[in-house]
Design a protein around this ligand. Sequence first.
Ligand code: HEC
Length: 157
Amino acid sequence: MTKVKRILKWLLLAAVIVVVVMQFFGPKRTNPTAEASLALESHAQVPANVKAVLDRSCADCHSNNTRWPWYSRVAPVSWFVIDHVNDGREQLNLSEWGRYDKRQQSHNLDDMCELATEGDMPLSSYTPLHPGSKPTADDIKILCDWTNAEQARLALR
Ligand code: HEC
């Protein structure tokens, strides 16, 4: 074996070891259970077509019911995926909607329509790997009609 080949072999082995060791570090995947009474559906009127849009395009990062893809098990990719989910839940968690006061709920509804309309949500790193998750113009209209209706309902409460 030439010297170069021997060095390459050791480098490859080192890389494999690094990747294996990586698997033991980083954030952990969680699907925390929250009381059903906190869920969006318990506080707002959510028609089936709105729920479908939220489930398809938002729920993986903004609820406790994340459908974890296979690559969320493989570091270092998993670190990014789990970070996005934790970050997303922290900003907006549809499973824990009841924790927000009226003002925050109204603010969230505003942002949901706005970010979807601008194409900022769902994240552009997410949609290519989740076919069908990119909201269509119809989906966005369904979402915004609903956020407007819910905001009007909140204002009356
Ligand atoms: C791949 C994960 C992911 C998906 C899917 C996703 N989001 Fe997000 N979302 C995030 C992350 C991460 C943040 C926090 C960081 C940021 O604002 O970029 C966030 C933030 C938000 C915020 C709060 C912004 C603020 O400034 O307070 C809203 C509202 C939101 N997302 C709405 C949505 C809606 C509506 C959908 C579906 C149409 C959606 N997101 C889909 C990851 C996601």
